[in-house]
Design a protein around this ligand. Structure first.
Ligand SMILES: [Zn+2]
Length: 385
């Protein structure tokens, strides 16, 4: 492969592994061989590797040690499709380094996290073969897609056999403008509503003979938009309601529609759970005279990791290495943390800068991948050495 840099950093084992992973075309939910590469490295370190496939999804759970506490590194091998290949400045599945950045689909989200974890584990175990507790890795190929047969199912299987994880570091790209400036200690909940409002189609000049569902829905929509769901709290921004789609009308100027469909989403704080939110929304609809049907989809309840040893270790590791304490955030979309946290596991997300994720020409700074390796290793030393 062409190297357009003379930086010695590109010879680092985490960079070599990252390049190997990017060459696997693991468009979700296809793992494309990534987990075999990781499992081989983990086996050499003495991990018991357990493939846990569900449906067409590949999952890998690996563990070294059989005592508590368990520190688990988690992440995903799948990537979003590259989009228009010809808009990329280089092949999205052929890693290339330009000016200290490594380009390729998944370079930031989140194959660099996985590569840094593996090399950090190798370095840590080389110097601390008899660490306290256990180390584990939980890897899925179903994070970017439906997320039904991935981390969720693995966590269910682990819980069914009574296996507990105390601490989890998720390698999602959490950083904002420089490595370690932000870590996620929780995420908002996400609840979607699929709405149908039924009316009676009619002539626009005879509204008394019709029942226009747009007119029925308009005041409800206004109320949903203006309501103060909560003020947020010290860890979460206020809950927000957003409409993402509205359809009504037959495309003809003198006909009022017989039906309206809409789709909306609530991103909510720990002030709510999904049952109470649904009840509140139904109360608003029921206060109006409207014939409607509402179907719900819950992507995940909010979660929050409380202050404790894991957050302390992550904050201390980042501070020692960058000189600055990270901001503890609950922003952004959902993550697989929503499936891990309910088991009573503390979850913190620490990974590279997220500015280019899912975009054309996704990239990561190679120095950041190397520094991230050091951060992960330091977290292990602080928790298990
Ligand atoms: Zn990701």
């Amino acid at each position: 492969m062409t190297r357009l840099t003379t930086n010695d950093a590109s010879d680092h084992p985490a960079i070599a592994l990252l390049e190997q992973l990017i060459r696997c075309r693991s468009v979700t939910p296809n793992d494309a061989g990534c987990q075999d590469i990781l499992a081989e490295r983990l086996q050499q370190l003495g991990f018991a590797c357990e493939p846990m496939p569900f449906g067409e999804v590949s999952n890998l759970y690996a563990r070294r040690g059989d005592t508590d506490p368990v520190l688990c590194f988690a992440g995903h091998t799948d990537v979003v499709p590259p989009g228009a290949d010809d808009e990329w400045n280089s092949d999205p599945f052929e890693p290339i380094i330009r000016d200290g950045d490594l380009y390729g689909r998944g370079s930031a989200d989140m194959k660099s996290g996985l590569a840094a974890m593996i090399v950090a584990l190798e370095e840590f175990i080389a110097s601390h073969a008899n660490f306290d507790g256990s180390l584990a890795m939980l890897i899925t190929s179903d994070e970017e897609g439906a997320a039904r047969d991935g981390t969720l199912k693995v966590m269910q299987a682990l819980q069914a056999r009574g296996e507990k994880i105390q601490w989890c570091v998720l390698g999602e790209p959490s950083s904002h403008s420089s490595l370690g400036d932000m870590v996620r200690v929780g995420r908002r909940g996400s609840l979607s509503g699929m709405l149908t409002v039924r009316g009676i189609q009619g002539h626009v000049a005879y509204p008394e003979l019709a029942d226009n569902p747009i007119r029925r829905f308009a005041p409800i929509l206004a109320e949903l938009h203006t309501i103060e769901w909560d003020k947020g709290n010290e860890n979460f921004p206020p809950t927000s309601f957003q409409v993402v789609e509205i359809h009504a009308g037959i495309g003809f100027p003198n006909v009022t529609p017989g039906e309206l469909t809409a789709r909306f989403n609530l991103r909510y704080s720990t002030e709510w759970n999904h049952d109470r939110l649904k009840t509140r929304v139904h109360e608003i609809f029921d206060a109006h005279e409207v014939d409607y049907e509402l179907n719900w989809h819950l992507s995940g309840e909010p979660f929050l990791t409380q202050p404790g040893k894991l957050i302390d270790a992550v904050v201390d590791a980042v501070k020692e290495i960058t000189g600055n304490a990270p901001e503890l955030s609950t922003g952004g979309g959902t993550s697989d943390g929503r499936f891990i946290s309910p088991a009573g596991t503390d979850v913190v997300e620490l990974g590279p800068v997220n500015a280019s994720i899912h975009k054309i020409d996704e990239h990561v700074r190679i120095d950041d991948v190397i520094t991230l390796t050091t951060m992960y290793k330091r977290i292990m030393e602080l928790l298990l050495a």
